[in-house]
Write a protein that binds this ligand. Structure first.
Ligand code: CMC
Length: 376
């Protein structure tokens, strides 16, 4: 048997042409383009095209892709109706996972795994997931869902459906940047989950549903909500030092720090830090940014030598808060964007599939006696 790598650390388990990560140098590229270039100049729609086609679109191609995406914004009516029967205190990640799964029930051919069908299903899920999250948030507040608007971009449409009000260009662009930064990231846990599921030739809906379930864990995408809980728990700037030092001494993990691959600062955290600072100034949330900044300085002093730096989730908490999102919508925002990466990986897997089936090291007994039940 080959060497056992706990948590599959360092194991190369697939190939991709979408994102490249150099964890030592803190580099992330989508199809060779540095992530900072994309967050500065691209849009989420263009980034999705790039990831799915492994090249930037020409203008007419981007227009056609965007038109197709927008034409699919509206989920089937029973999906929106169904939200009214869900308990209002349900967590949005559970709602998103359940209803992405349920989209399969409205697809006349949910199991079709040929590449054009898988691409089309991926585009539909990407287009409709925002309406599911926004409509649930409104229904739980006792409000009517807002219909998607195909004249709006992905970012504008989501924020409009959530608030029944067009976002300012600054807020829409901030949200768009968050979507670009979270779209794909190598073989992270949820992407691996999606690839494992589709490798059985199951279906796109099952792969996306499983990936959403993986993402919500606090060691993965759920960390952005953990960061916000932490920031809320720290009453003032003066309390940051004792709070963080207490956690380090008790050997508790600080959410939004550390990464299996990055041993330098995650480049997405650098971009999000700049965005969070600007939005915090614009929205009167300077306290939140100041606390985050102080946590980063303490962590650098205490744990940088161990290769622990801020990851994508750390400053995305402040950013999402400043955009006006409720805490339990932070991880769903990650999912809305990462659906792009999951889909791209599912297509890559289907294009050159081999069933994932690793082995496990058995550590139990052998030749054990079977003891009848009344003699145990
Ligand atoms: N705070 C304090 N110590 C940490 C942290 C942290 N955030 N992360 C790792 N360490 C320590 C850990 O205690 C361990 O120390 P020791 O060797 O003394 O026992 C060492 O670093 C290695 O940690 P590990 O958990 O074995 O490392 P890993 O590669 O398995 O874990 C991780 C990576 C992301 C799960 C971990 O860093 C972590 O739990 N971070 C907090 C949760 C978080 O922010 N997750 C988001 C990850 S990035 C975006 C995403 O995927 O969503």
């Amino acid at each position: 048997m080959s060497d056992y790598a706990k948590g599959l650390e360092g194991v190369v388990a697939g190939e991709t042409q979408m994102s490249y990560i150099n964890g030592q140098q803190g580099i992330l590229e989508y199809v060779g383009i540095p992530i900072g270039e994309l967050s500065s100049h691209s849009t989420f729609e263009e980034t999705v095209f790039l990831l799915w086609n492994r090249r930037l679109p020409k203008r007419a191609e981007l227009d056609a892709f965007t038109k197709d995406l927008r034409s699919r914004y509206q989920p089937p009516a029973p999906i929106i109706e169904r939200l009214r029967g869900i308990p209002r205190d349900a967590q949005p990640m559970h709602v998103l996972r359940t209803l992405v799964s349920e989209l399969a029930l409205h697809d006349p051919d949910p199991n079709a795994n040929d590449i054009p069908s898988a691409q089309s299903k991926s585009l539909t899920i990407l287009a409709q997931a925002p309406a599911i999250v926004a409509a649930f948030d409104r229904v739980r507040r006792g409000l009517d869902p807002v219909r998607p608007d195909p004249s709006l971009s992905f970012a504008e449409n989501f924020l409009t459906m959530l608030n029944d009000k067009r976002p300012t260009p600054t807020m829409a662009r901030a949200f768009d940047i968050c979507m670009i930064l979270h779209a794909d990231h190598g073989l992270n846990n949820s992407t691996f989950t999606a690839r494992v599921i589709i490798s059985t030739l199951s279906d796109v809906y099952s792969a996306m549903t499983g990936a959403i379930g993986s993402l919500r864990g606090p060691l993965h995408g759920g960390a952005n909500e953990g960061v916000m809980h932490m920031l809320n728990e720290i009453p003032s700037l003066a309390e940051v030092e004792p709070y963080i030092m207490g956690k380090i001494q008790r050997k508790e993990k600080i959410m939004g720090f550390g990464h299996r691959v990055y041993k330098a600062k995650d480049p997405r955290a650098t971009d999000l830090m700049t965005l969070a600072e600007k939005l915090a100034n614009d929205t009167g949330n300077q306290d939140l940014y100041a606390k985050s900044s102080k946590i980063e300085k303490i962590m650098e002093r205490e744990l940088a030598a161990k290769g622990i730096f801020p990851n994508v989730d750390f400053y995305s908490a402040t950013t999402y808060h400043c955009i006006g999102l409720k805490l339990d919508l932070f991880t769903p925002m990650f999912a809305l964007s990462r659906l792009a990466g999951w889909s791209g990986h599912v297509i890559e897997q289907l294009s050159d599939n081999r069933l994932f089936r690793p082995t496990v090291k058995y550590t139990g007994p052998h030749d054990a006696p079977y003891v009848p039940i009344d003699r145990r």
